[in-house]
Design a protein around this ligand. Structure first.
Ligand code: HEC
Length: 156
């Protein structure tokens, strides 16, 4: 019995050690992206801070990694969230989207925030500062609506 437990433990330790060799590439870009949403056009600093604090870890080319990102399989989960998040919306590549896409994304941002779907729940457990207050949500909705109107007027 004792031997079985020890063997099991040994296998676990070996496996855990082995998977540590598989490190996902980091989502990190040294230069500021020229296509970033705020690169050419300044916005209310509260909005900049809000998006950077609550959304940029998964929706930009720069993630502020927590220490436990060095541990597999947590690192794999984080990497997946970033890949899927960036696929849908990447603020670092904002200017590369055509206006119609930008408009759609802004609408989705409003929806996701209204329905409390973003930031992801699993992320908020650890990043309490990323949680949006009612005032944050209003500010974000106001900014997104304003930007949508701007796009509508420029594509008329
Ligand atoms: C921990 C990572 C993470 C954070 C932080 C995060 N998101 Fe996401 N986001 C995702 C992932 C993963 C997806 C794609 C899968 C999904 O829709 O759940 C996504 C999808 C989206 C989509 C597209 C939804 C759709 O149905 O097309 C929008 C819009 C979005 N996020 C907005 C935001 C905004 C705004 C914030 C900040 C307030 C934010 N996200 C914070 C991970 C994140």
């Amino acid at each position: 019995m004792k031997k079985k437990i020890l063997t099991g433990l040994l296998i676990f330790v070996l496996l855990f050690g082995f998977i540590q060799f598989f490190r996902p590439e980091k989502n990190w870009q040294i230069n500021v992206s020229r296509n970033e949403i705020f690169y050419k056009k300044a916005a209310d600093p509260r909005i900049v801070t809000l998006l950077k604090t609550s959304c940029y870890d998964c929706h930009s080319n720069n993630t502020a990694y927590p220490w436990y990102n060095n541990i597999a399989p947590v690192s794999w989960m984080i990497s997946n969230h970033i890949r899927e998040g960036k696929d849908e919306l990447n603020f670092s590549n904002w200017d590369l989207y055509v206006p119609e896409t930008q408009h759609k994304l802004l609408k989705k941002i409003i929806e996701e925030v209204e329905e409390d779907k973003m930031p992801l729940g699993s992320y908020l457990i650890i990043h309490a500062d990323a949680k949006l207050s009612d005032a944050d949500k209003e500010l974000l909705k106001f900014w997104a609506t304003d930007k949508m109107v701007e796009i509508e007027n420029s594509t008329k």
